[in-house]
Design a protein around this ligand. Structure first.
Ligand SMILES: [Zn+2]
Length: 204
């Protein structure tokens, strides 16, 4: 089966606990250290098998790394790992998942070959919020609950607020509305993308 490595926890003698996102589940598996084992890393897409033994954590076996060309571009690889780590926290304590998340990572990995990394993160996060029913299509202040007529301030989970309610920099409302309605970041400047990425890093 195939999956994305969400989290790696080192144990004694270089054994590892590895969390893997597959289309329907997050598997927590045990990997014994061995010289002949292929290297695994956070965010890698792998093909693997699970060996079940009664009373023990299932074992991760027969790993093949299904690589991407952009993994050699360090900033992209690091960005990917940061997003994967945010996703792992988002899934804390969850074992069954909708195939949406696996498909989202598939799509992101494909987009990363030709598109700027942080734009991919911002557009994909909009898709995630929409899927989870957390995307707000109208600008309403989460603090005072009144509609926002001017440029909105955005905070964690891209909730919007008046700049008088949350003293932070505001975003151009037309550009943000376009982003929200189309999951397309093309009209945003690099510096705006950077700010949105900072917000994403606060938690999905
Ligand atoms: Zn307000």
């Amino acid at each position: 089966m195939q999956g994305y490595i969400l989290k790696i926890t080192p144990l004694k003698e270089e054994d590892l606990i590895v969390k893997i996102l597959t289309p329907n589940a997050i598997h927590t598996l045990y990997r014994f250290y061995g010289a002949r084992h292929s290297t695994i890393n956070l965010g890698y897409k792998i093909d693997f098998e699970i060996e079940y033994t009664l009373g023990y954590i299932p074992k991760l076996r027969r790993i093949t790394h299904l690589g991407y060309s952009w993994l050699k571009i360090l900033p992209k690889a690091l960005l990917w790992q940061q997003f994967i780590t945010l996703l792992a926290s988002h899934f804390e304590g969850i074992e069954r998942v909708d195939p949406f998340y696996f498909e989202l990572l598939q799509k992101m990995a494909k987009k990363l070959t030709r598109q700027e990394g942080k734009r991919v993160m911002v557009e994909s996060y909009i898709e995630l919020l929409a899927f989870e029913g957390r995307l707000h299509h109208s600008f309403e202040c989460f603090v005072c609950e009144a509609p926002i007529q001017e440029d909105p301030v955005l905070v964690r989970a891209f909730l919007s607020a008046h700049s008088s309610c949350i003293p932070k920099r505001s975003f151009d409302r037309t550009k943000i509305a376009y982003l929200i309605h189309s999951s397309d970041a093309q009209f945003l400047e690099d510096e705006e993308i950077e700010e949105l990425w900072q917000i994403i890093q606060e938690g999905l």
